[in-house]
Design a protein around this ligand. Structure first.
Ligand SMILES: C[S@@+](CC[C@H](N)C(=O)[O-])C[C@H]1O[C@@H](n2cnc3c(N)ncnc32)[C@H](O)[C@@H]1O
Length: 263
């Protein structure tokens, strides 16, 4: 049961802080769903990626300049251990019919395949969804243009999709988000698909960035909890949420029939 204290501190709030520290303050079994994309440790690259902001094959990518308060450059094993601990904590917070949608990217580094199995070890991965990111430009003749990321569905035994959601299949095409000042935002449509595919009422994003998970949850009349380290992105997310609230108020005003349906 949700206590008044939990509701007051966490529900429909963006908490500015370290993800693990904040999750550790939350009670067991308090969430229905986690949707998240952690930092990928992209600056810890030996090759032709984002190393030291020099760009390489991603010279034009927004992430070349990194996140505002996080350098995304841990030794690999430390990074994998940190992300594993974050997943364990998300798991503790989930109810018996809950699930985690954990977005990441596979890569090859120094000839070694990083398929993130060191992060997801011991976790009951039920399915891997391929997110085919449409579009992109590649000027490097040594590589095919990378066009996909993965989403691990890590689910508790009682987790079920909403009726007909299974028909989406396991390869999803969504164009990358362009109209967002955050360097690595989720496409709104991707999060809309995930949340609508579940009956989740309380949804956590422990790496909230610009607040995409929150605004989609709000639009679907679900509750969100966001955690984000960077005060700049917390402000960005809160501004986006306020703008969204304002716009939905205006919509209600403009379409009385819709408004009357909702009361
Ligand atoms: C891939 S981005 C998430 C973007 C988000 N999905 C969106 O739609 O905007 C990862 C985020 O994790 C944040 N971050 C990095 N370390 C963190 C930590 N220890 N705790 C919480 N957030 C952290 C970064 O600042 C960044 O905004």
């Amino acid at each position: 049961m949700m206590t008044e204290d939990f509701r007051e501190k966490f529900i429909n709030r963006i908490i500015c802080g370290d993800s693990l520290t904040v999750m550790r303050q939350m009670p067991d079994n308090c969430l229905d769903l986690v949707v998240t994309s952690p930092p990928y440790n992209l600056k810890n690259s030996t090759g032709n990626g984002m190393k030291d902001g020099r760009g390489g094959k991603w010279a034009n990518a927004a992430l070349v300049n990194g996140y505002s308060h996080y350098n995304d450059n841990m030794p690999h094993d430390e990074y994998a251990q940190w992300q594993h601990e974050c997943l364990k904590e998300m798991w503790r917070l989930l109810k018996a019919d809950g699930a985690i949608f954990y977005n990441h990217k596979w890569r090859v580094q120094n000839g070694l395949i990083q398929d993130r199995s060191d992060i997801i070890r011991d976790m009951p991965v039920r399915q891997i969804i391929i997110w085919h990111r449409k579009g992109g430009i590649n000027f490097n003749p040594a590589y095919f243009l990378p066009t996909y990321e993965v989403i691990y569905l890590i689910a508790k035994p009682d987790f079920r999709l909403t009726p007909k959601a299974n028909a989406y299949g396991d390869v999803w095409e969504f164009t990358q988000e362009m109209k967002n000042a955050h360097p690595a935002p989720f496409p709104v449509a991707l999060i809309d698909r995930i949340i609508k595919s579940t009956n989740a009422q309380i949804i956590l994003d422990p790496f909230m960035g610009s607040g995409t998970t929150a605004i989609v949850a709000m639009g679907l009349d679900r509750n969100y909890i966001g955690i984000e380290l960077s005060p700049d992105y917390c402000e960005m997310a809160n501004r986006r949420i306020e703008r969204n609230k304002h716009e939905s108020e205006l919509m209600k005003f403009r379409t009385p029939s819709l408004f009357s349906q909702s009361i």
